[in-house]
Design a protein around this ligand. Structure first.
Ligand code: SF4
Length: 258
């Protein structure tokens, strides 16, 4: 294994197992369940939550399970095939890789998907903090990409997930997927308390100007969690008026809304 992991733009000066995300050779699933409340196009979906993340946002609701790559059951072929059968029997229309961040396990997941007969349609939910080439590799085995576009500027991203180039990296990756097929891209934005002007408005503006044929999905279910509980803005619940305004703005500016 290389001493410099270049799998994502954090470009850790160590191997993945000791790098920021700690992605180990044994990929682990800390939960799998059917979700009925996803966007209509992908619901009901069988979600596989994999531990380990390359961003670790202050407000992550997965907290320790999502962050620590040694949490959960090893994602062996047997485990996966049994879980698939369970999901099918409960009517799931697809499987969905979520995290943590599934991108840190890219090579493993591609190999697993390629080795699985009768694989259902695949949804890839990601923070999109990856190189554009990552999405080239995923394209043959992924049907729908769900991107979490969290911040509308680099300063908020630096403050809450510790990277300085957030927007540049994520927007480049979004454009890569969009140019290939806009209809395979869903962009979620979780409204954050106190981030209406600095994050929500720039996100909608960028979306409407650059990737208008993708599906915009506004999320207003913010819950203060983790380090966010001690942040002056993020420790609050969402303001109902902000949420109503945001919905109105999205309906006015975005062509395709979930
Ligand atoms: S995938 Fe993990 S170890 Fe590799 S560069 Fe990104 S954060 Fe660092």
């Amino acid at each position: 294994m290389s001493k410099h992991c270049l799998n994502c733009p954090r470009s850790c000066e160590r191997d993945a197992a000791t790098g920021f995300c700690g992605a180990a050779e044994v990929v682990r699933c800390f939960r799998h369940r059917i979700e009925y409340g996803e966007e209509t196009a992908i619901s009901p979906s069988h979600l596989f939550y994999l531990s380990g993340c390359n961003l670790r946002c202050d407000f992550c609701i997965g907290e320790q399970s999502a962050i620590h790559p040694k949490t959960g059951h090893p994602l062996s072929r047997d485990f996966f095939e049994q879980a698939l059968a369970w999901g099918r029997s409960r009517g799931a229309g697809n499987i969905q890789w979520v995290g943590g961040e599934p991108g840190i396990h890219l090579a493993f997941l591609i190999e697993l998907m390629n080795a699985t007969p009768s694989l259902p349609p695949v949804v890839w939910k990601s923070n999109f903090y990856f190189w554009p080439e990552t999405f080239e590799l995923l394209r043959p085995c992924v049907d729908v990409f769900v991107a979490d576009l969290k911040f509308g500027n680099n300063a908020c991203a630096a403050a809450h997930c510790g990277v300085n180039d957030y927007l540049d990296v994520v927007c480049r990756a979004l454009l890569k997927v969009y140019r290939h097929d806009p209809r395979r891209l869903i962009v979620r934005h979780l409204l954050l308390p106190g981030h209406f002007h600095c994050c929500f408005l720039p996100v909608v503006d960028w979306f409407a100007r650059n990737i208008p044929e993708a599906l915009f999905s506004l999320r207003d279910g913010y819950v203060p969690a983790g380090k966010a509980k001690s942040d002056p803005c993020l420790r609050h619940w969402l303001d109902a008026e902000d949420a109503a305004n945001a919905k109105k703005i999205v309906a006015e500016r975005c062509r395709r809304v979930a």
